[in-house]
Design a binder for this molecule. Structure first.
Ligand SMILES: Nc1nc2c(ncn2[C@@H]2O[C@H](COP(=O)(O)OP(=O)(O)O)[C@@H](O)[C@H]2O)c(=O)[nH]1
Ligand SMILES: [Mg+2]
Ligand SMILES: [Zn+2]
Length: 314
């Protein structure tokens, strides 16, 4: 048996990159019959055979990103015999084992919606994924404006990279941050996610621009993802983007833990739990008054809190 990673899935076939054979093309695989069964007793049997969490999930299929064991039939074909337990699972497009999300916005064109930036950062943190915040298109604005934006988020505790996919600025830093992990890009359309992916993985020229994304969606009704290998190890998922990441599944009490700059103060509020809005003797609000927390970030925190409280049940 060979270890590998599913890098593409297409109409019942799974393309597996075998470990130690990175220079070769992925092997075309089918799934061992038992994974495809949908009857309850088959589900139990598949789980009982130690196939792990994956075999118990509703669909019983392999996902792009899955770590699998393959029985080779010949040098280019095989059968997936086992799927390893998933570390994470994202939907639409389905992607297993993502460890890190590159949250991408443009410094301008389109102007970054900072409420959306903060929302996306919270959502990614809620899923316990590592975050890189990337502000792209720095070639379109003056240096100082980009630096100010980066500083706001660095002070809040994020790892920020200012890039220009067009001019190739800081692509090396981004590539370094992707090393050895399975990462995916998230952010609104038009900010340069595809352009950054092209810059990071040359030789995998992908289409950029809104039109091409639409064509892709039209051609493949089920939006798909594929993994691109990084030189020196690691994977980047090429997806049509996770614009669908919503606040769902986050409770109002959890929200303050998703703002890293609040963290030092959370234990010091008089009331526990404290939502850091109306309560007296709130350490977060004290830090805000002392200039240790960015007022815009705090404003966005309050907006989310309001949304989460309106969104029942949690
Ligand atoms: N000036 C400039 N334009 C960029 C940059 N990165 C991407 N673009 C352009 O922005 C548009 C959207 O890029 P794309 O990669 O398709 O964005 P996506 O929707 O996030 O995947 C395209 O016209 C790109 O050529 C950049 O760093 N600077
Ligand atoms: Mg794109
Ligand atoms: Zn408080």
């Amino acid at each position: 048996m060979q270890d590998g990673v599913v890098v593409r899935a297409y109409s019942g076939f799974y393309y597996v990159q075998l470990a130690g054979r990175e220079a070769e093309a992925p092997v075309e695989c089918t799934l061992r019959g038992r994974f495809r069964q949908h009857s309850p007793e088959e589900k139990i049997r598949a789980g009982g055979r130690g196939a792990g969490k994956a075999a118990n999930s509703a669909t019983l299929v392999a996902l792009v990103g899955d770590r699998v064991k393959v029985q080779l039939a010949d040098s280019t074909h095989g059968v997936i015999e086992a799927i390893q337990e998933r570390r994470s699972e994202l939907a639409r497009p389905a992607l297993a084992n993502v460890e890190q999300v590159v949250v991408v916005f443009a410094v301008t064109s389109p102007e970054p919606n900072l409420a959306l930036v903060d929302r996306l950062l919270a959502v990614v943190a809620a899923r316990d994924l590592q975050i890189i915040l990337c502000f792209n298109k720095i070639d379109l604005t003056d240096r100082q404006a980009s630096k100010t934006l980066a500083l706001t988020y660095e002070e809040a505790g994020y790892r920020v990279i200012l890039t220009s996919a067009k001019k190739g600025a800081n692509i090396g830093r981004l590539r370094e941050a992707l090393q050895g992990r399975l990462s995916t890009f998230a952010g609104p359309s038009g900010v340069g996610k595809s352009a950054l992916l092209n810059a990071v993985c040359p030789g995998h020229q992908l289409v950029t621009g809104e039109v091409s994304d639409k064509i892709r969606r039209g051609r493949h009704t089920t939006r798909y993802a594929q993994l691109l290998p990084l030189e020196g190890g690691g994977w980047v998922a090429d997806t049509p983007g996770f614009s669908q990441l919503e606040l769902s599944g986050i409770s109002p009490g959890e929200l303050s833990f998703l703002f890293p700059e609040f963290e030092p103060y959370l234990g010091e509020c008089r009331f526990q739990p404290c939502f850091h809005d109306q309560e007296p003797d709130c350490a977060v609000k004290r830090a805000l008054r002392d200039g240790k927390i960015n007022p815009i970030r705090y404003e966005h925190y309050l907006e989310f809190l309001k949304d989460l409280r309106a969104q029942k049940p949690w």
